[in-house]
Design a protein around this ligand. Structure first.
Ligand SMILES: [Zn+2]
Length: 467
């Protein structure tokens, strides 16, 4: 039995793990690399396996860095099953359609350039897949609920547990019989959510495993308290309201946006905030919100209670959905408004022109609610760079910055340690993935000291035999 680490190895994107056991081969996730030109290029690398031979893909959740290369698999001959929860399947579809669209736009830009220069478009600048490829992919999905153990083959049984990260996100448990006839249990954490987060439940604890493949995004720091963060958001909104400036919240379309709406809904409904125009300027976030509304059984108790009492957590007075690009551009005429727009790391999407329009105005409030990968515009803003380049033009950054770590969709150091302690002393090895190198080694040191000595940080494409 072997596992090969084909992504999220000493980096935070491109999650993909390739497992061979007995007669079967499967992947856990097949995500896209993001954050720099070099990482973008890696999406064009060929797979070190034959996609036609892959029997299953277990998809932990719908974020692009976990599902973004699935259509490529199908284009290259995959005809197995993609296993996940219902919300993951539906959210994955909108995430991939959006990705296909962005790739097409990018390719068109290169084609236009090529026409001028006469130099052909390089392979790495072509779209990886189209909307049709995404539609084609959807027929391979097979959905399961949390908590049911399923015997797929004589050597593979699996169960999905709630990872509490985004709606439908899963921890994957596997019971695999290796070539020597021994049963081995593998647990993939997927991305683990933050206990106490809105809408989703807390991550399920898993009690035993021989091998744990654990994310480590925030392995060396703790988030601010959740309630304190909500109060900071309230204070930032009130401050902006007083100054008449705009609030720009770069937000991930899935989960973070819905959590923000949920939070603002509570402020308005409880009379803590005077109604303020909120523009949700992300067609993808709007679609995601519709999917959230379809699956209330995946909510935590608080969100279900709210809904039962007749308060739709995603609706409040003065919330406007922005559809077209023209409508989005017209927001430049408005003041004293909140704009929630993607992309979450400001490396594309409509938030880019809102930042260009607002960043040099000292009344502007930029609220960062998620992790910003090295190299992105979002990271430059968080790092306080005084001058930033947006769409090829330099702007002086005079906006007020709020970094609200407490809204993170990920477990922090404390939460991850708590989750890992749940295994007791059973794992032979904890593999750390999905983290920047320094953060990961700090986290590895902590685990070695406090839980158990066998911690390993695999390299990209490294293959490990599991005995
Ligand atoms: Zn994620």
């Amino acid at each position: 039995m072997t596992i090969q680490f084909l992504g999220a190895a000493k980096t935070v994107t491109g999650s993909c793990y390739y497992v061979k056991v007995g007669d079967i081969q499967f992947l856990v996730d097949c995500g896209m690399f993001q954050g720099s030109d070099e990482l973008d290029r890696m999406n064009h690398d060929s797979f070190p396996f034959d996609p036609a031979q892959i029997d299953y893909v277990f998809l932990t959740h719908a974020h692009l860095d976990h599902c973004g290369r699935l259509p490529l698999l199908v284009k290259q001959g995959f005809h197995g099953k993609i296993i996940c929860t219902q919300p993951t399947r539906d959210l994955t579809k909108i995430v991939l359609l959006d990705a296909a669209n962005l790739q097409k736009e990018e390719e068109n830009r290169w084609i236009a350039k090529a026409k001028k220069t006469g130099i052909a478009v390089a392979e790495e600048n072509k779209a990886l897949y189209t909307e049709d490829d995404v539609d084609d992919l959807m027929k391979y999905f097979e959905v399961y609920p949390y908590g049911n153990s399923v015997n797929l083959t004589k050597e593979c049984e699996f169960r999905m547990r709630d990872a509490g990260h985004i709606l439908g996100s899963s921890i994957m448990e596997f019971w695999l019989t290796n070539e020597a006839g021994r049963l081995r249990k593998l647990v993939f954490s997927g991305d683990l959510g933050q206990p106490g987060a809105r809408i989703v439940s807390d991550p399920d604890m898993v009690r035993e495993a021989d091998y744990v493949i654990c994310e480590s995004t925030y392995g060396n720091r703790n988030h601010k308290d959740r309630n304190e963060t909500a109060l900071e958001l309230l204070a930032a909104l009130k401050d902006a309201q007083q100054e008449g400036g705009n609030v720009i919240i770069p937000s991930f379309a899935i989960e973070r946006t819905q959590e923000l709406l949920y939070e603002i809904n509570l402020f308005v409904e409880n009379g803590l905030l005077e109604s303020m125009p909120v523009y949700l300027d992300s067609p993808m976030a709007n679609k995601a919100t519709e999917i959230f509304k379809q699956y209330p059984t995946f909510y935590d108790d608080d969100a279900r209670r709210l809904l039962k009492n007749g308060d739709d957590p995603f609706e409040f007075k003065n919330l406007h959905n922005v559809d077209t690009v023209e409508e989005s551009k017209r927001l430049v005429e408005k003041h004293g408004i909140v704009i929630i727009a993607g992309a979450g790391m400001c490396n594309g999407g409509r938030v880019v022109h809102h930042l260009a329009n607002n960043i040099s105005d000292p009344r502007t409030h930029i609220i960062i609610v998620g992790y910003q990968v090295e190299g992105t515009l979002g990271r430059k803003i968080v790092d306080g760079e005084r001058f930033v380049t947006i769409n090829g033009q330099e702007y002086e950054n005079k906006a007020k910055l709020y970094t609200l770590g407490g809204f993170s969709g990920h477990s922090d150091k404390r939460d991850l340690m708590y989750w890992l302690r749940g295994f007791g002393h059973t794992p032979q090895m904890i593999f750390l993935v999905h983290g920047d190198q320094q953060i990961m080694s700090d986290f590895a040191d902590l685990i070695t000291k406090e839980i158990q000595p066998n911690v390993y940080m695999p390299d990209y494409r490294e293959e490990v035999t599991l005995r």
